[in-house]
Write a protein that binds this ligand. Structure first.
Ligand SMILES: Cc1cc2nc3c(=O)[nH]c(=O)nc-3n(C[C@H](O)[C@H](O)[C@H](O)COP(=O)(O)O)c2cc1C
Length: 148
């Protein structure tokens, strides 16, 4: 049975809204998922596939609610053994070089942990869209067959 972990990093709620819509979309397709705002490494290891939806804060930084989790992953380095993953980064291209910095950090980390990216990092630009959930849900709909 699928047990997709949706890990959300959000400061003002945009990424959280996106993650909730993604969970509804997966449920409509009969796929079980769990949404984590304050995840542990054990939650990450329990997931059969990993979806991360994270905004960027500060200057290319991970949102505070995921900071310790990402730090723990870096320290404990739980190898993913080809577990499928997808990362959607919410950002704002007016931030220039730090655009979607958190999404990029997370994508790189999951690649180092030897997960299997089912797609390149999706960068969702607040300058381009007011409905990030539409973009992310559409993108993931095409990828669901890749998730265990
Ligand atoms: C204080 C602050 C800092 C931000 N820094 C960045 C940044 O460095 N890079 C980026 O791409 N977006 C940055 N953003 C834009 C947010 O990532 C974007 O607005 C996102 O949609 C917020 O989603 P959230 O509500 O889930 O936190 C920043 C926004 C704020 C308010």
């Amino acid at each position: 049975m699928s047990n997709i972990g949706i890990f959300v990093g959000s400061v003002y709620g945009n990424a959280q809204n996106v993650a909730e819509d993604v969970q509804s979309m997966l449920a409509a397709k009969g796929l079980d998922s769990k949404l984590y705002k304050d995840p542990s490494v054990a939650d990450f290891q329990a997931a059969s596939s990993v979806i991360v939806i994270s905004s960027t804060t500060g200057q290319g930084d991970i949102p505070p609610n995921l900071e310790f989790f990402i730090e723990d992953l870096r320290q404990q380095f739980p190898l993913m053994a080809n577990k499928p993953f997808a990362v959607a980064g919410l950002g704002d291209s007016s931030y220039g070089e730090t655009y979607c910095g958190a999404g990029r950090q997370i994508f790189d980390l999951l690649s180092e942990l030897q997960g299997k990216p089912v797609a390149d990092l999706l960068e969702v630009d607040a300058c381009e869209t007011l409905e990030p959930e539409v973009e992310v849900v559409k993108w993931l709909q095409e990828l669901v067959s890749e998730f265990n």
